[in-house]
Ligand binder design. Sequence first.
Ligand code: BES
Ligand code: MN
Ligand code: ZN
Length: 512
Amino acid sequence: MTALTLSTTAAPGLRADAIVVGVAKDSGSKSGDLVVAPGAESVDEAYDGKLADVLGTLGASGAEGEVTKLPAPSGFKAPLVLAVGLGPRPEKDAGYEAEVLRRAAGAAARALAGTKTAGFALPVADAAGTAAVGEGALLGAYSFDAYKENGKDADSRDGKAPLGEAVLLGDNAGDEAHKAAVARATALAEELNRARDLINTPPNDLNPAAFAAVAEDAAEKHGLKVQVLDEKALAEGGYGGILGVGSGSAAAPRLVKLSYTSPKAKKHLALVGKGITYDSGGISLKPAGHNETMKCDMAGAAAVFAAVVAAARLGLEVNVTGWLALAENMPSGSATRPGDVLRMFSGKTVEVLNTDAEGRLVLADALWAASQEKPDAIVDVATLTGAMVLALGSRTFGIMANDDAFRSAIHEAAEEVGEEAWPMPMPEHLRKGMDSPTADLANMGERMGGGLVAGLFLREFVGEGITWAHLDIAGPAFNESGPFGYTPKGGTGSAVRTLVRLAELAASGDLG
Ligand code: BES
Ligand code: MN
Ligand code: ZN
Protein backbone atom coordinates (compact mmCIF):
# COMPACT_ATOMS: atom_id res chain seq x y z
CA MET A 1 0.00 0.00 0.00
CA THR A 2 0.93 3.61 -0.41
CA ALA A 3 3.22 4.87 2.37
CA LEU A 4 2.40 8.02 4.34
CA THR A 5 5.15 10.23 5.79
CA LEU A 6 5.68 13.75 7.13
CA SER A 7 8.46 16.11 6.11
CA THR A 8 9.59 19.64 6.97
CA THR A 9 11.43 19.89 3.66
CA ALA A 10 10.28 22.92 1.69
CA ALA A 11 8.46 21.98 -1.52
CA PRO A 12 11.27 23.11 -3.89
CA GLY A 13 13.81 20.84 -2.22
CA LEU A 14 11.70 17.66 -2.03
CA ARG A 15 12.97 14.77 -4.14
CA ALA A 16 9.65 13.64 -5.58
CA ASP A 17 7.75 13.06 -8.80
CA ALA A 18 5.23 15.78 -8.06
CA ILE A 19 4.19 18.52 -5.63
CA VAL A 20 0.47 18.77 -4.92
CA VAL A 21 -0.98 22.22 -4.25
CA GLY A 22 -4.53 23.40 -3.66
CA VAL A 23 -6.37 25.94 -5.77
CA ALA A 24 -9.67 27.48 -4.74
CA LYS A 25 -12.35 29.64 -6.32
CA ASP A 26 -12.18 33.14 -4.99
CA SER A 27 -15.18 34.87 -6.48
CA GLY A 28 -14.85 37.80 -4.06
CA SER A 29 -11.40 38.85 -5.22
CA LYS A 30 -10.67 41.55 -7.79
CA SER A 31 -7.51 39.96 -9.13
CA GLY A 32 -9.24 36.96 -10.62
CA ASP A 33 -11.25 33.91 -9.76
CA LEU A 34 -8.50 31.61 -8.56
CA VAL A 35 -6.43 31.60 -5.41
CA VAL A 36 -3.59 29.31 -4.41
CA ALA A 37 -4.43 27.78 -1.03
CA PRO A 38 -2.15 28.23 1.99
CA GLY A 39 0.62 25.65 2.33
CA ALA A 40 1.90 26.22 -1.20
CA GLU A 41 3.47 29.66 -0.68
CA SER A 42 6.95 28.48 -1.68
CA VAL A 43 5.53 27.01 -4.88
CA ASP A 44 3.64 30.18 -5.75
CA GLU A 45 6.78 32.27 -5.08
CA ALA A 46 8.77 30.15 -7.50
CA TYR A 47 6.21 31.07 -10.17
CA ASP A 48 6.80 34.75 -9.20
CA GLY A 49 3.49 34.77 -7.37
CA LYS A 50 1.66 34.03 -10.61
CA LEU A 51 0.63 30.41 -10.02
CA ALA A 52 -3.05 31.32 -9.87
CA ASP A 53 -2.76 33.17 -13.20
CA VAL A 54 -0.87 30.29 -14.78
CA LEU A 55 -3.55 27.86 -13.62
CA GLY A 56 -6.23 30.16 -14.96
CA THR A 57 -4.46 30.23 -18.32
CA LEU A 58 -4.44 26.43 -18.30
CA GLY A 59 -8.20 26.46 -17.81
CA ALA A 60 -8.37 25.59 -14.13
CA SER A 61 -11.55 26.65 -12.35
CA GLY A 62 -10.79 25.58 -8.78
CA ALA A 63 -13.76 23.20 -8.82
CA GLU A 64 -13.62 20.40 -6.26
CA GLY A 65 -11.60 17.45 -7.50
CA GLU A 66 -10.36 19.17 -10.68
CA VAL A 67 -6.75 18.27 -11.41
CA THR A 68 -4.35 20.48 -13.39
CA LYS A 69 -0.77 19.39 -14.08
CA LEU A 70 2.00 21.80 -14.98
CA PRO A 71 5.78 21.72 -15.19
CA ALA A 72 7.48 22.64 -11.91
CA PRO A 73 9.39 25.93 -11.80
CA SER A 74 13.15 25.81 -12.36
CA GLY A 75 15.06 24.95 -9.23
CA PHE A 76 12.49 22.41 -8.09
CA LYS A 77 13.71 18.86 -7.55
CA ALA A 78 10.28 17.56 -8.55
CA PRO A 79 9.44 17.86 -12.25
CA LEU A 80 5.69 18.31 -11.85
CA VAL A 81 3.22 20.47 -9.94
CA LEU A 82 -0.30 19.14 -9.60
CA ALA A 83 -2.98 21.62 -8.61
CA VAL A 84 -6.14 20.12 -7.18
CA GLY A 85 -9.37 22.07 -6.94
CA LEU A 86 -10.75 22.78 -3.46
CA GLY A 87 -14.00 24.45 -4.44
CA PRO A 88 -14.95 27.84 -2.98
CA ARG A 89 -12.36 29.55 -0.79
CA PRO A 90 -13.65 29.44 2.81
CA GLU A 91 -14.63 32.60 4.69
CA LYS A 92 -11.61 34.47 5.94
CA ASP A 93 -9.55 32.41 8.38
CA ALA A 94 -12.24 29.74 8.58
CA GLY A 95 -9.90 27.16 7.13
CA TYR A 96 -10.69 24.34 4.75
CA GLU A 97 -13.06 21.63 5.94
CA ALA A 98 -11.52 18.24 6.63
CA GLU A 99 -13.70 16.55 4.03
CA VAL A 100 -12.64 19.07 1.36
CA LEU A 101 -8.99 18.23 2.10
CA ARG A 102 -9.71 14.49 2.19
CA ARG A 103 -11.39 14.57 -1.21
CA ALA A 104 -8.76 16.81 -2.77
CA ALA A 105 -5.91 14.62 -1.52
CA GLY A 106 -7.78 11.58 -2.81
CA ALA A 107 -8.32 13.04 -6.27
CA ALA A 108 -4.65 14.10 -6.43
CA ALA A 109 -3.39 10.68 -5.30
CA ARG A 110 -5.55 8.97 -7.92
CA ALA A 111 -4.25 11.29 -10.64
CA LEU A 112 -0.68 10.48 -9.56
CA ALA A 113 -1.00 6.76 -10.23
CA GLY A 114 2.17 5.56 -11.91
CA THR A 115 4.43 7.83 -9.84
CA LYS A 116 6.53 6.87 -6.83
CA THR A 117 6.57 9.91 -4.55
CA ALA A 118 4.43 13.01 -4.21
CA GLY A 119 4.72 15.91 -1.78
CA PHE A 120 1.41 17.31 -0.54
CA ALA A 121 1.45 21.07 0.13
CA LEU A 122 -2.26 21.46 0.87
CA PRO A 123 -3.81 23.93 3.35
CA VAL A 124 -3.30 22.03 6.59
CA ALA A 125 -3.94 24.19 9.66
CA ASP A 126 -3.68 21.55 12.39
CA ALA A 127 -3.34 17.82 13.12
CA ALA A 128 -6.92 17.26 11.97
CA GLY A 129 -5.87 18.64 8.60
CA THR A 130 -2.91 16.30 8.48
CA ALA A 131 -5.24 13.39 9.28
CA ALA A 132 -7.63 14.41 6.51
CA VAL A 133 -4.97 14.81 3.81
CA GLY A 134 -3.32 11.56 4.92
CA GLU A 135 -6.55 9.58 4.85
CA GLY A 136 -7.56 11.09 1.53
CA ALA A 137 -4.23 10.28 -0.09
CA LEU A 138 -4.15 6.67 1.13
CA LEU A 139 -7.79 6.02 0.28
CA GLY A 140 -7.59 7.78 -3.09
CA ALA A 141 -4.48 5.86 -4.12
CA TYR A 142 -6.28 2.53 -3.64
CA SER A 143 -6.53 0.14 -6.53
CA PHE A 144 -7.77 -3.42 -6.79
CA ASP A 145 -5.49 -5.24 -9.18
CA ALA A 146 -5.32 -8.80 -7.83
CA TYR A 147 -7.11 -10.14 -10.90
CA LYS A 148 -5.40 -8.07 -13.57
CA GLU A 149 -3.05 -10.02 -15.79
CA ASN A 150 -0.30 -7.41 -15.48
CA GLY A 151 -0.98 -6.77 -11.82
CA LYS A 152 -2.36 -3.34 -12.47
CA ASP A 153 -5.80 -1.82 -12.34
CA ALA A 154 -5.99 -0.94 -16.00
CA ASP A 155 -9.61 0.07 -15.72
CA SER A 156 -9.47 3.01 -13.37
CA ARG A 157 -5.88 4.20 -13.71
CA ASP A 158 -4.68 3.41 -17.23
CA GLY A 159 -2.62 0.42 -16.21
CA LYS A 160 -0.56 2.41 -13.75
CA ALA A 161 0.49 1.28 -10.29
CA PRO A 162 -0.83 3.30 -7.33
CA LEU A 163 1.19 6.21 -5.92
CA GLY A 164 4.05 4.79 -3.87
CA GLU A 165 4.49 7.40 -1.16
CA ALA A 166 2.57 10.46 -0.02
CA VAL A 167 4.80 12.96 1.80
CA LEU A 168 2.87 15.54 3.81
CA LEU A 169 4.80 18.79 3.80
CA GLY A 170 4.66 21.29 6.63
CA ASP A 171 6.47 22.99 9.47
CA ASN A 172 4.62 20.84 11.99
CA ALA A 173 6.00 17.53 10.74
CA GLY A 174 7.92 16.94 13.96
CA ASP A 175 4.90 17.64 16.14
CA GLU A 176 3.56 14.68 18.15
CA ALA A 177 -0.04 15.46 17.25
CA HIS A 178 0.78 15.35 13.54
CA LYS A 179 2.73 12.10 13.95
CA ALA A 180 -0.23 10.59 15.78
CA ALA A 181 -2.55 11.77 13.01
CA VAL A 182 -0.39 10.01 10.42
CA ALA A 183 -0.31 6.81 12.47
CA ARG A 184 -4.09 6.84 12.86
CA ALA A 185 -4.67 7.63 9.18
CA THR A 186 -2.34 4.81 8.17
CA ALA A 187 -3.99 2.17 10.35
CA LEU A 188 -7.47 3.31 9.42
CA ALA A 189 -6.82 3.54 5.68
CA GLU A 190 -4.99 0.20 5.54
CA GLU A 191 -7.88 -1.61 7.21
CA LEU A 192 -10.48 0.26 5.19
CA ASN A 193 -8.63 -0.64 1.99
CA ARG A 194 -8.55 -4.25 3.16
CA ALA A 195 -12.33 -4.10 3.50
CA ARG A 196 -12.48 -2.80 -0.08
CA ASP A 197 -10.32 -5.73 -1.20
CA LEU A 198 -12.70 -8.19 0.45
CA ILE A 199 -15.72 -6.52 -1.16
CA ASN A 200 -14.06 -6.52 -4.59
CA THR A 201 -12.89 -10.13 -4.37
CA PRO A 202 -15.07 -12.26 -6.65
CA PRO A 203 -17.54 -14.50 -4.86
CA ASN A 204 -16.00 -17.68 -6.27
CA ASP A 205 -12.89 -16.85 -4.24
CA LEU A 206 -14.51 -15.32 -1.17
CA ASN A 207 -17.10 -17.70 0.23
CA PRO A 208 -18.04 -17.83 3.93
CA ALA A 209 -15.23 -20.23 4.87
CA ALA A 210 -12.66 -18.12 2.99
CA PHE A 211 -13.85 -14.93 4.72
CA ALA A 212 -13.67 -16.71 8.09
CA ALA A 213 -10.10 -17.77 7.30
CA VAL A 214 -9.16 -14.15 6.56
CA ALA A 215 -10.59 -13.17 9.95
CA GLU A 216 -8.62 -15.94 11.67
CA ASP A 217 -5.40 -14.73 10.05
CA ALA A 218 -6.04 -11.15 11.12
CA ALA A 219 -6.89 -12.29 14.65
CA GLU A 220 -3.57 -14.07 14.92
CA LYS A 221 -1.69 -11.09 13.51
CA HIS A 222 -3.33 -8.49 15.76
CA GLY A 223 -3.82 -10.50 18.93
CA LEU A 224 -7.61 -10.72 18.70
CA LYS A 225 -9.78 -13.54 19.96
CA VAL A 226 -11.63 -15.30 17.19
CA GLN A 227 -14.30 -17.96 17.24
CA VAL A 228 -15.70 -19.48 14.05
CA LEU A 229 -18.94 -21.45 14.13
CA ASP A 230 -19.10 -23.78 11.13
CA GLU A 231 -22.26 -25.40 9.81
CA LYS A 232 -22.10 -28.16 12.40
CA ALA A 233 -21.68 -25.76 15.30
CA LEU A 234 -24.41 -23.54 13.87
CA ALA A 235 -26.77 -26.53 13.74
CA GLU A 236 -25.91 -27.54 17.30
CA GLY A 237 -26.43 -23.97 18.46
CA GLY A 238 -29.76 -23.56 16.69
CA TYR A 239 -28.79 -20.73 14.35
CA GLY A 240 -31.75 -21.32 12.04
CA GLY A 241 -31.50 -17.96 10.27
CA ILE A 242 -27.89 -18.27 9.14
CA LEU A 243 -28.35 -21.96 8.29
CA GLY A 244 -31.57 -21.31 6.41
CA VAL A 245 -29.96 -18.69 4.19
CA GLY A 246 -26.85 -20.78 3.61
CA SER A 247 -28.60 -24.07 2.94
CA GLY A 248 -28.84 -23.60 -0.82
CA SER A 249 -25.11 -23.14 -1.30
CA ALA A 250 -22.35 -25.69 -1.73
CA ALA A 251 -20.27 -23.34 0.43
CA ALA A 252 -21.54 -23.65 4.00
CA PRO A 253 -22.22 -20.61 6.22
CA ARG A 254 -20.16 -19.37 9.15
CA LEU A 255 -20.64 -17.10 12.14
CA VAL A 256 -17.40 -15.39 13.12
CA LYS A 257 -16.94 -13.67 16.47
CA LEU A 258 -13.88 -11.43 16.55
CA SER A 259 -13.08 -9.82 19.90
CA TYR A 260 -10.75 -6.98 20.73
CA THR A 261 -10.42 -6.30 24.45
CA SER A 262 -8.55 -3.53 26.19
CA PRO A 263 -7.50 -3.86 29.84
CA LYS A 264 -8.61 -0.25 30.31
CA ALA A 265 -12.02 -0.67 28.70
CA LYS A 266 -15.06 0.72 30.45
CA LYS A 267 -17.47 0.09 27.59
CA HIS A 268 -18.30 -2.80 25.29
CA LEU A 269 -19.41 -2.11 21.73
CA ALA A 270 -20.78 -4.95 19.60
CA LEU A 271 -20.70 -4.64 15.80
CA VAL A 272 -22.73 -6.98 13.62
CA GLY A 273 -22.13 -7.26 9.87
CA LYS A 274 -24.20 -8.76 7.07
CA GLY A 275 -21.85 -11.07 5.23
CA ILE A 276 -23.68 -12.51 2.24
CA THR A 277 -20.69 -13.38 0.07
CA TYR A 278 -23.04 -13.59 -2.90
CA ASP A 279 -26.72 -12.76 -3.06
CA SER A 280 -28.41 -14.46 -5.98
CA GLY A 281 -31.75 -13.99 -4.26
CA GLY A 282 -32.06 -17.75 -3.68
CA ILE A 283 -35.24 -19.43 -4.92
CA SER A 284 -36.71 -15.91 -5.21
CA LEU A 285 -33.97 -15.45 -7.78
CA LYS A 286 -32.90 -11.95 -8.75
CA PRO A 287 -33.33 -11.18 -12.46
CA ALA A 288 -30.31 -10.46 -14.65
CA GLY A 289 -29.32 -6.85 -14.14
CA HIS A 290 -29.72 -7.14 -10.38
CA ASN A 291 -27.13 -9.74 -9.46
CA GLU A 292 -23.91 -8.66 -11.20
CA THR A 293 -22.64 -6.67 -8.24
CA MET A 294 -24.02 -8.86 -5.48
CA LYS A 295 -20.55 -9.89 -4.37
CA CYS A 296 -20.80 -6.61 -2.45
CA ASP A 297 -23.46 -8.05 -0.16
CA MET A 298 -20.83 -8.79 2.49
CA ALA A 299 -19.78 -5.14 2.71
CA GLY A 300 -21.32 -4.82 6.18
CA ALA A 301 -19.25 -7.72 7.49
CA ALA A 302 -16.16 -6.30 5.77
CA ALA A 303 -16.75 -2.94 7.49
CA VAL A 304 -17.19 -4.59 10.89
CA PHE A 305 -14.08 -6.69 10.37
CA ALA A 306 -12.01 -3.64 9.37
CA ALA A 307 -13.31 -1.59 12.29
CA VAL A 308 -12.43 -4.26 14.88
CA VAL A 309 -8.91 -4.66 13.50
CA ALA A 310 -8.46 -0.87 13.30
CA ALA A 311 -9.64 -0.51 16.93
CA ALA A 312 -6.99 -3.07 17.92
CA ARG A 313 -4.26 -1.38 15.90
CA LEU A 314 -5.15 1.97 17.45
CA GLY A 315 -5.17 0.42 20.94
CA LEU A 316 -8.53 2.00 21.77
CA GLU A 317 -9.57 1.68 25.41
CA VAL A 318 -12.83 -0.07 24.68
CA ASN A 319 -13.92 -3.65 24.08
CA VAL A 320 -15.16 -4.23 20.56
CA THR A 321 -16.75 -7.49 19.45
CA GLY A 322 -17.37 -8.02 15.77
CA TRP A 323 -19.92 -10.56 14.57
CA LEU A 324 -19.69 -11.59 10.92
CA ALA A 325 -22.82 -13.37 9.70
CA LEU A 326 -21.49 -15.17 6.63
CA ALA A 327 -23.54 -17.12 4.11
CA GLU A 328 -23.99 -17.48 0.38
CA ASN A 329 -27.58 -17.08 -0.82
CA MET A 330 -28.08 -19.57 -3.66
CA PRO A 331 -30.97 -21.50 -5.19
CA SER A 332 -30.72 -25.30 -5.23
CA GLY A 333 -32.54 -28.44 -4.16
CA SER A 334 -31.45 -27.85 -0.60
CA ALA A 335 -32.26 -24.15 -0.58
CA THR A 336 -34.84 -22.56 1.71
CA ARG A 337 -38.15 -22.15 -0.13
CA PRO A 338 -40.60 -19.28 0.04
CA GLY A 339 -43.08 -20.71 2.57
CA ASP A 340 -40.50 -22.43 4.76
CA VAL A 341 -40.43 -21.59 8.45
CA LEU A 342 -37.09 -21.13 10.18
CA ARG A 343 -36.55 -21.41 13.90
CA MET A 344 -34.14 -18.62 14.69
CA PHE A 345 -31.37 -18.60 17.32
CA SER A 346 -33.59 -16.41 19.52
CA GLY A 347 -36.31 -19.08 19.47
CA LYS A 348 -38.68 -17.01 17.34
CA THR A 349 -40.00 -18.59 14.17
CA VAL A 350 -39.89 -16.79 10.82
CA GLU A 351 -41.88 -17.60 7.72
CA VAL A 352 -39.66 -16.95 4.73
CA LEU A 353 -41.90 -15.35 2.11
CA ASN A 354 -39.06 -14.12 -0.06
CA THR A 355 -35.64 -15.77 0.03
CA ASP A 356 -34.13 -12.54 -1.32
CA ALA A 357 -34.84 -10.88 2.03
CA GLU A 358 -31.99 -12.97 3.45
CA GLY A 359 -29.84 -10.33 5.11
CA ARG A 360 -32.29 -9.80 7.95
CA LEU A 361 -32.32 -13.56 8.62
CA VAL A 362 -28.56 -13.90 9.11
CA LEU A 363 -28.44 -10.61 11.04
CA ALA A 364 -31.25 -11.75 13.34
CA ASP A 365 -29.16 -14.67 14.60
CA ALA A 366 -26.02 -12.56 14.94
CA LEU A 367 -27.90 -9.76 16.74
CA TRP A 368 -29.31 -12.27 19.20
CA ALA A 369 -25.88 -13.83 19.71
CA ALA A 370 -24.37 -10.37 20.28
CA SER A 371 -27.17 -9.53 22.70
CA GLN A 372 -26.31 -12.49 24.94
CA GLU A 373 -23.14 -10.68 26.05
CA LYS A 374 -25.14 -7.61 27.10
CA PRO A 375 -22.88 -5.05 25.41
CA ASP A 376 -23.45 -1.35 26.07
CA ALA A 377 -24.56 -0.94 22.46
CA ILE A 378 -24.94 -2.91 19.25
CA VAL A 379 -24.52 -1.44 15.78
CA ASP A 380 -25.30 -3.57 12.76
CA VAL A 381 -24.15 -2.72 9.25
CA ALA A 382 -25.74 -4.19 6.15
CA THR A 383 -26.35 -3.80 2.45
CA LEU A 384 -29.91 -4.59 3.43
CA THR A 385 -32.46 -3.09 1.06
CA GLY A 386 -32.84 -1.67 -2.41
CA ALA A 387 -35.52 0.53 -0.85
CA MET A 388 -32.83 2.42 1.08
CA VAL A 389 -31.00 3.12 -2.18
CA LEU A 390 -34.23 4.46 -3.67
CA ALA A 391 -34.75 6.65 -0.61
CA LEU A 392 -31.25 8.04 -0.07
CA GLY A 393 -29.36 7.47 -3.30
CA SER A 394 -26.01 5.83 -3.80
CA ARG A 395 -23.84 7.90 -1.45
CA THR A 396 -25.80 8.05 1.80
CA PHE A 397 -26.49 5.33 4.34
CA GLY A 398 -29.60 5.21 6.50
CA ILE A 399 -29.46 5.08 10.29
CA MET A 400 -32.22 3.46 12.34
CA ALA A 401 -32.13 2.95 16.07
CA ASN A 402 -34.18 2.07 19.13
CA ASP A 403 -32.78 5.18 20.84
CA ASP A 404 -33.01 8.69 19.41
CA ALA A 405 -29.88 9.97 21.13
CA PHE A 406 -27.85 7.03 19.87
CA ARG A 407 -29.09 7.56 16.32
CA SER A 408 -28.09 11.23 16.54
CA ALA A 409 -24.68 10.35 17.96
CA ILE A 410 -24.04 8.03 15.02
CA HIS A 411 -25.20 10.65 12.55
CA GLU A 412 -22.81 13.16 14.13
CA ALA A 413 -19.93 10.68 14.11
CA ALA A 414 -20.54 9.96 10.43
CA GLU A 415 -20.57 13.66 9.62
CA GLU A 416 -17.36 14.15 11.57
CA VAL A 417 -15.46 11.53 9.57
CA GLY A 418 -16.89 12.61 6.21
CA GLU A 419 -19.47 9.89 5.62
CA GLU A 420 -22.89 10.87 4.36
CA ALA A 421 -25.67 9.39 6.46
CA TRP A 422 -29.26 10.20 7.33
CA PRO A 423 -31.60 9.25 10.19
CA MET A 424 -34.57 7.09 9.20
CA PRO A 425 -37.72 6.45 11.25
CA MET A 426 -39.11 3.14 12.51
CA PRO A 427 -42.87 3.61 12.06
CA GLU A 428 -44.69 1.18 14.38
CA HIS A 429 -47.59 0.66 11.98
CA LEU A 430 -45.28 -1.17 9.55
CA ARG A 431 -44.71 -3.97 12.06
CA LYS A 432 -48.09 -5.62 11.50
CA GLY A 433 -47.31 -6.10 7.82
CA MET A 434 -44.86 -8.80 8.93
CA ASP A 435 -47.50 -10.78 10.84
CA SER A 436 -47.56 -14.36 9.62
CA PRO A 437 -50.49 -16.77 9.88
CA THR A 438 -48.02 -19.60 10.48
CA ALA A 439 -44.97 -18.27 12.32
CA ASP A 440 -44.12 -15.54 14.83
CA LEU A 441 -43.37 -13.20 11.96
CA ALA A 442 -42.58 -13.16 8.24
CA ASN A 443 -39.39 -11.88 6.64
CA MET A 444 -41.37 -9.49 4.43
CA GLY A 445 -43.88 -6.77 5.07
CA GLU A 446 -45.30 -3.86 3.14
CA ARG A 447 -43.35 -3.00 0.03
CA MET A 448 -43.54 0.71 0.68
CA GLY A 449 -40.92 1.76 3.19
CA GLY A 450 -39.07 -1.52 2.64
CA GLY A 451 -35.91 -0.24 4.32
CA LEU A 452 -37.86 0.66 7.43
CA VAL A 453 -39.66 -2.70 7.45
CA ALA A 454 -36.28 -4.42 7.42
CA GLY A 455 -35.17 -2.31 10.39
CA LEU A 456 -38.33 -3.25 12.29
CA PHE A 457 -37.63 -6.93 11.59
CA LEU A 458 -34.10 -6.63 13.01
CA ARG A 459 -35.40 -4.89 16.13
CA GLU A 460 -37.26 -8.10 17.04
CA PHE A 461 -33.90 -9.81 17.58
CA VAL A 462 -32.18 -7.25 19.76
CA GLY A 463 -32.03 -8.21 23.43
CA GLU A 464 -34.30 -6.37 25.85
CA GLY A 465 -32.90 -3.05 27.03
CA ILE A 466 -29.88 -2.97 24.70
CA THR A 467 -29.17 0.22 22.79
CA TRP A 468 -29.08 -0.67 19.11
CA ALA A 469 -28.65 0.97 15.73
CA HIS A 470 -28.84 -0.32 12.19
CA LEU A 471 -26.88 1.17 9.27
CA ASP A 472 -28.27 0.29 5.83
CA ILE A 473 -25.31 0.87 3.51
CA ALA A 474 -26.90 -0.66 0.37
CA GLY A 475 -26.36 2.63 -1.50
CA PRO A 476 -22.80 3.69 -0.66
CA ALA A 477 -21.18 0.25 -0.17
CA PHE A 478 -20.36 -0.28 -3.83
CA ASN A 479 -19.64 2.50 -6.31
CA GLU A 480 -20.95 1.46 -9.71
CA SER A 481 -20.06 4.74 -11.40
CA GLY A 482 -16.69 6.43 -11.81
CA PRO A 483 -14.25 7.20 -8.99
CA PHE A 484 -14.60 10.56 -7.18
CA GLY A 485 -12.55 12.18 -4.42
CA TYR A 486 -11.04 9.34 -2.40
CA THR A 487 -13.81 6.91 -3.41
CA PRO A 488 -12.84 4.32 -6.00
CA LYS A 489 -15.04 2.36 -8.32
CA GLY A 490 -16.29 -0.85 -6.65
CA GLY A 491 -16.10 -1.52 -2.92
CA THR A 492 -15.89 1.75 -0.99
CA GLY A 493 -15.37 0.73 2.65
CA SER A 494 -18.56 2.54 3.63
CA ALA A 495 -19.20 2.77 7.40
CA VAL A 496 -15.66 1.77 8.45
CA ARG A 497 -14.68 5.27 9.49
CA THR A 498 -17.98 5.84 11.28
CA LEU A 499 -17.60 2.58 13.22
CA VAL A 500 -14.03 3.38 14.24
CA ARG A 501 -15.15 6.85 15.34
CA LEU A 502 -17.91 5.24 17.44
CA ALA A 503 -15.36 2.97 19.08
CA GLU A 504 -13.20 6.02 19.84
CA LEU A 505 -16.19 7.84 21.32
CA ALA A 506 -17.08 4.79 23.41
CA ALA A 507 -13.47 4.63 24.63
CA SER A 508 -13.49 8.25 25.76
CA GLY A 509 -16.88 7.86 27.43
CA ASP A 510 -18.54 10.18 24.93
CA LEU A 511 -21.01 7.69 23.49
CA GLY A 512 -24.08 7.55 25.71
N1 BES B 1 -28.71 -7.44 -0.90
C1 BES B 1 -30.00 -6.97 -1.21
C2 BES B 1 -30.15 -5.46 -1.09
C3 BES B 1 -29.31 -4.62 -2.02
C4 BES B 1 -29.88 -4.05 -3.15
C5 BES B 1 -27.99 -4.34 -1.74
C6 BES B 1 -29.12 -3.26 -3.98
C7 BES B 1 -27.23 -3.53 -2.59
C8 BES B 1 -27.81 -2.99 -3.71
C9 BES B 1 -31.01 -7.61 -0.25
O1 BES B 1 -30.70 -8.88 0.20
C10 BES B 1 -32.30 -7.73 -0.98
O2 BES B 1 -32.36 -8.45 -1.93
N2 BES B 1 -33.32 -7.03 -0.50
C11 BES B 1 -34.61 -7.07 -1.08
C12 BES B 1 -35.62 -7.23 0.02
C13 BES B 1 -37.00 -7.50 -0.46
C14 BES B 1 -37.08 -8.85 -1.11
C15 BES B 1 -37.93 -7.42 0.72
C16 BES B 1 -34.81 -5.75 -1.83
O3 BES B 1 -34.35 -4.71 -1.34
O4 BES B 1 -35.39 -5.79 -2.90
MN1 MN C 1 -31.29 -10.40 -1.14
ZN1 ZN D 1 -28.72 -9.32 0.28
